[in-house]
Design a protein around this ligand. Structure first.
Ligand code: PLP
Length: 417
């Protein structure tokens, strides 16, 4: 059998990840390979760590990528701090709260959950009351739920965790690089970011940062793991305090990324290049400017969707700026609309999970995909596909409202000059 050279169709990707990758990042991936202990490469590793600190807005010593998709970072952070029987509290407001639950259970935690209706988030006091009741060692929570398009405010919860000496681990996979994530100011102890969303780097790495409160737990366990000599060490291991994973053991990963440079895995060199370029582009744009850009395109998209006559799912007050959830009009086959968008217009939007499957579409405004031409294209094409499906829409109004948002923004910038 003969295989033709790789060829892929050109797509406009407007899902909540993966999204389009900046061409500069794709070019960086063609950079020749360096050995992982070559000083030219370790310099790049150090630069990546410094850029990650700026991205997470932290002065943490540890900020580096873990090879594997975003859940690899979540698993690495959690498995390195959970000891058998530890209490972990997980407030769940969408699908990715269940992912946190599953990971914690696999590593032997005693998991406590509270849940709220999908499309909503928790009032901070609900979580804080539960923290007082459960007295967990760890609170693990999602910052931006891509499954519902909601964002949980975390400042108050963070403050309470610090006051109660609880470790706060945050899944910021969908928010990092697209909207504010202030790790230090909001008292996050450990944070995980994704590459394939607002960072616009291919999937395959997870970005993590953690402070000395987490490192203390990590190192206390390292001593037990690597120096099993005494009966008491053995009894700690027998009590199940050991970390099951080698790949995700942060004590080993930090020895590899840190100045000791102890060999762990063979680094995914081309992904480090991609990440370095992706982070460089973000810092060049400026974090605040980047968040404003995401807000602008989100505003234009919402204006267009609503002017077309469609409605948004979820409480607007808690809306995640990087994902817009649209209610599928009654009687419309959501999958047929997505299929036509992809095959006739080359545009991909997402469906949803669990209770929302078949009820909403999810449109991402993330990273390099978050551009005016993409917003206008998705609005025009969605309108055409809906008309084809016999849906009554306000023809032409969606794209006009979006255009108004852009024109007003240009005028405001002009006036400010
Ligand atoms: C909020 C959130 N957390 C975690 C994940 C898991 O990421 P990955 O699929 O890269 O492992 C996703 C993926 O979409 C996500 O949206």
């Amino acid at each position: 059998m003969k295989f033709s050279p790789l060829e892929t169709p050109l797509r406009t990707i407007m899902t909540p990840g993966p999204v389009e990758v900046d061409p500069r990042v794709l070019r960086a991936m063609c950079t020749p390979i360096l050995g992982q202990f070559d000083p030219a490469f370790t310099t790049i590793m150090n630069e990546v760590m410094e850029m990650l600190r700026q991205l997470f807005r932290t002065s943490n010593r540890w900020a580096y990528p873990v090879d594997g998709t975003s859940r690899a970072g979540i698993e690495a952070l959690l498995c390195s701090i959970i000891e058998q029987g530890d209490k972990v509290l997980i407030p769940i407001y969408g699908r990715f709260g269940y992912l946190l639950t599953e990971i914690c259970e696999r590593y032997g935690a005693q998991v406590y959950t509270i849940e709220c209706e999908w499309g909503n988030v928790f009032a901070p006091e609900e979580v804080i009351d539960e923290m007082k009741r459960v007295q967990p060692k760890i609170v693990a929570i999602v910052h931006g739920e891509t499954s519902t398009g909601c964002m949980q405010p975390l400042e108050e919860i963070g403050r309470a965790c610090r006051e109660m000496d609880i470790l706060l681990v945050v899944d910021a996979v969908a928010t990092i690089g697209g909207t504010e994530v202030n790790a230090d100011e909001w008292h996050f102890d450990g944070v995980i970011g994704g590459t394939q969303k607002c960072i616009s780097v291919p999937s395959g790495m997870a970005l993590i940062t953690y402070n000395d409160r987490i490192e203390k737990v990590v190192l206390s366990r390292k001593k037990v793991e690597r120096g099993i000599q005494t009966d008491s060490d053995r009894s700690i291991l027998a009590a199940g305090k050991t970390i099951i994973s080698n790949y995700f053991d942060l004590s080993q990963l930090q020895d590899y990324w840190g100045p000791r440079r102890l060999n762990h895995h063979t680094e995914a060199t081309s992904m480090v290049y991609a990440l370095r370029e992706g982070l460089r582009i973000i810092l060049e744009e400026g974090l605040t400017e980047r968040f404003d850009r995401h807000r602008l395109h989100e505003r234009a998209l919402i204006a267009g969707i609503e002017a077309m006559g469609l409605s948004l799912f979820g409480e607007k007050k808690w809306k995640l700026p990087t994902v817009t959830c649209v209610n599928i009009p009654d009687g419309v086959d959501g999958e047929s609309v997505r299929h036509m968008l992809l095959h006739e217009f080359g545009i991909e939007i997402a469906s949803s999970f669990g209770p929302l499957h078949g009820k909403i579409w999810r449109i991402g405004t993330m990273g390099y995909s978050c551009r005016k031409e993409n917003i206008l294209k998705v609005l025009t094409s969605l309108e055409a596909v809906l008309v084809y499906h016999g849906v009554h829409v306000n023809k032409g109004e969606g794209v006009q409202e979006a255009l108004k948002v852009y024109i007003e923004q240009s005028k405001a910038i002009g006036a400010g000059r």
